[in-house]
Design a protein around this ligand. Structure first.
Ligand SMILES: [Zn+2]
Length: 171
């Protein structure tokens, strides 16, 4: 046997079980004493089964919370990945190691290059490509980070909304 909702004239409703049939309950809204119908008339009242509770319903708040959280997680994950995979600026140790392991032929070519280009050499195509890639990647990472922030904010708003929606209605 489920329970039933007994409405009061103040607008509040009290949940009653069959054990209260024919008795009296105090209204949670106004404190008035309410007459509970007899067991036979009880079945005419709207049912208040646990399954009908709004707890299991998918509200806008839940949707926003889930959608926002997913957006935030995905955006931040990709942004974090983009930041982490950034090729490190070559350290002097990396350059030393590369020079040590380079074939003599390459070293001679490099010597030729540096002896003719001087210090103010122009940017190489490869460096320009890396710079452009880094600029773009940074931009995408910032955009994704911002998107993640928006997602997190939406998720928070959704949580607040969902918490408000799951509260028992007093009207
Ligand atoms: Zn009342």
């Amino acid at each position: 046997m489920g329970s039933y909702r007994l409405g009061c004239r103040c607008g509040a409703a009290v949940e009653i079980g069959p054990g209260l049939a024919g008795g009296q309950v105090d209204c949670p809204g106004c404190g008035d004493s309410l007459e509970v119908p007899s067991l036979r008339e009880l079945s005419r009242l709207p049912r208040a089964t646990p399954a009908a509770r709004p707890k299991t319903t998918w509200t806008l708040g839940h949707a926003l919370a889930a959608g926002g959280a997913v957006t935030a997680l995905l955006s931040w994950a990709v942004a974090g990945f983009l930041v982490l995979v950034s090729p490190a600026t070559p350290s002097s140790e990396m350059i030393r190691r590369a020079v040590r392991s380079a074939p003599l032929e390459d070293l001679l070519k490099a010597r030729e290059f540096f002896s003719t280009s001087g210090v103010d050499r122009g940017i190489t195509l490869e460096e320009a490509r890396v710079q452009l890639f880094n600029t773009r990647r940074r931009g995408v990472a910032i955009a994704l980070g911002t998107l993640g922030g928006v997602g997190a904010a939406v998720a928070l708003g959704g949580l607040v909304l969902a918490a408000r929606g799951s509260r028992p209605r007093s009207t």
